[in-house]
Design a protein around this ligand. Sequence first.
Ligand code: NAD
Length: 497
Amino acid sequence: MKKLTQQDWEHRSKQLSFPNQAFINGQWQAAQAGAVFNCISPIDGRILSEVASCTQTDVDLAVAAARNAFNQQLWSGLPPTKRKKILLKLAKLISQNQEELALLETLDMGKPINDSLTIDIPAAAQCIQWHAEAIDKVYGEIAPTAADTIGLVTREPVGVVGAIVPWNFPLLMACWKIAPALAAGNSVILKPSEKSPLTALKLAELVHQAGIPAGVFNVLPGLGEDAGKAIALHPDIDTLVFTGSTRTGKQLLMYSGQSNMKRVWIEAGGKSPNIVFADAPDLNAAAKAAAQAICFNQGEVCTAGSRLLVESSIQNEFVKLVQLELASWQPSHPLNPETQIGAVIDQTQLQTILNYIQLGKEEGAQLITGGNQCLQDSGGLFVEPTIFDNVTNQMRIAQEEIFGPVLSCISFNSIEEAINIANDSQYGLAAAIWTKDISKAHRVAKALRAGSVWINQYDGGDMTAPFGGYKQSGNGRDKSLHAFDKYTEIKATWIQL
Ligand code: NAD
């Protein structure tokens, strides 16, 4: 396949049509109240589309359609092999439309086109495929009961699932939710972020083409405090799955208590420690990974390695190596296939990042590279990768999620100190350890309160292993067979012989 140039992508973007209506009960529709919100590209500030801004009335319609489809078993009642076939078709359609989806993703949220094309979209297709394959491979259980009874343990779909997702990996985060939800036989109402609704809407078109019955999958674009809140408070939604900030996650738990005690599963923020011991097997490789861990996706990653913990004996040497690596991570036009850092999502996020950089200086951390907005002439929102050295873990730049390419370097003197600093956080999403001492690696990995721990690598993972957080990084797990825990109820059926 010919590699497209920036000019090719720009040409295609002029011909692109942007989906902009809600998808409810198999129909495209404007929001009932007629409201819209602007979908703005952070690449140049251009309004891409006016998108339906759904509210309570739209949510009510979607929930009624989803409930009806579920009660009639339009989807859950299909033989597993049939559901599998349809979802595999959906995965194929995502792959066949990968260039259009990648372009929508990049225009909408500013990430480099090469990442959209080679990471986000293929991973979304693979996620659907993996869960589809699981449909006819997961068995129920028979309990070890007395001889005169049989105890069957079966999993059933929970019913209607509300899925609220963020803007940093819009299609992929949506697929992490909808793949197991649909594979388990549920009806789904997906609310993409108002900052990046386009690929979720395109996905609705593909779901329709794949043959998923009307009402089973609905997409409601809208604001968090309107559509999102209405979904979270709805009395006829059985389960709410969420990826987003810890702040919103806490609100959703409250809404559940105020409504029908729907199950709530949260994937939230992080402030992940990347711990480099002096006996790391390859300091250059560790520095390369540390740069990538904070720069990939503009630092807008829940697992960003935003706290770099370095053993004091190699502190100066190692931070210099990371600084050198950062030179190859300079922002440029997201439609250029060579670009590694694109635009940050919007003006608010840009200002948040710049405010944290200012705060770091005021807190007494040493700014050693970056620290500025850049490429202003483009009309886009770009920020230089930034390193602060001499950070202490009490500083706000070490405790709070910045969600931008801003690295806080903290030194430590012993294994115990490294563990204490790493765990001294409200978050517990991920962590990495660099050492050639396997015993030390094991000991530290066990002591870290984090859902994913990487040893001598950063950010490994595929569909086979669960992903999620300890502490205020969330509950439950996405990916792998563990994901089905969110989307199924477990039933015990007793038979007297
Ligand atoms: P956010 O919490 O602002 O928004 C996430 C979603 O929640 C959006 O769709 C938004 O419209 C909706 N929302 C906002 N307020 C709401 C309300 N009151 N009721 C219902 N819905 C509401 O988060 P964001 O800024 O879109 O995403 C960034 C955050 O996501 C970061 O904290 C990041 O760490 C986290 N994240 C976590 C993971 C993970 O797997 N743990 C993955 C990606 C992103």
